[in-house]
Design a protein around this ligand. Structure first.
Ligand SMILES: CC(C)(COP(=O)(O)OP(=O)(O)OC[C@H]1O[C@@H](n2cnc3c(N)ncnc32)[C@H](O)[C@@H]1OP(=O)(O)O)[C@@H](O)C(=O)NCCC(=O)NCCS
Length: 148
């Protein structure tokens, strides 16, 4: 599998929203769509997309946080491409980006569905807010130490 990661551009917007929609409501609450739209429109420079065989299959962002911290935002993979290692590749890229920003900790706001994936990558939960993302979608705040 050849996967390339590049900067998001405005013409990727519809494809990323289609990937979001395909993950809703299993992984995202319906009400989160407006937040994702706002994020893409307001933070285009931070967002990255992953392409496989010429098609966008996933995206994520790493934003600077407070001193020594960065934040992983809106990591999502097209359901038809999930389970093929793209998530792992993005986590590796996210660690590199966070380290390049001088961070030693990556904050992740997950759900009960994605938290087990981040646990596998060494993150641990800081707290859980029931229905924090919307009805039935709990917010689990996590942090992942990066570096060696
Ligand atoms: C969570 C997500 C990003 C993982 O991406 P992916 O491409 O499916 O992950 P990978 O194929 O790289 O999986 C790597 C490993 O993690 C496991 N894994 C993937 N998703 C998992 C999950 N939700 N829970 C537990 N394990 C998971 C895979 O089985 C795989 O295990 P293996 O190495 O033993 O084969 C992806 O499933 C996704 O987009 N989910 C929906 C959106 C979402 O919830 N995003 C997180 C918002 S905070």
């Amino acid at each position: 599998m050849v996967l390339s990661i590049r900067h998001y551009v405005a013409s990727d917007r519809d494809r990323m929203l289609a990937i979001f929609d395909a993950n809703t409501p299993q992984f995202f609450a319906v009400n989160e769509r407006a937040d994702f739209v706002r994020y893409l429109d307001g933070n285009a420079g931070l967002y990255a997309v992953c392409e496989r065989e010429g098609s966008i299959v996933a995206g994520f962002a790493v934003a600077r946080g407070t001193a020594g911290r960065a934040h992983l935002n809106w990591i999502l993979v097209d359901p038809v491409a999930q389970g093929g290692g793209i998530g792992n590749a993005m986590m590796e890229a996210a660690r590199t980006r966070a380290a390049d920003q001088g961070a030693t900790m990556l904050d992740i706001a997950a759900s009960q569905h994605s938290a087990p994936f981040f646990l596998r990558h060494g993150a641990h939960a800081l707290g859980c807010l029931e229905n924090g993302w919307g009805p039935g979608m709990h917010r689990i705040d996590m942090e992942l130490p990066i570096g060696d």
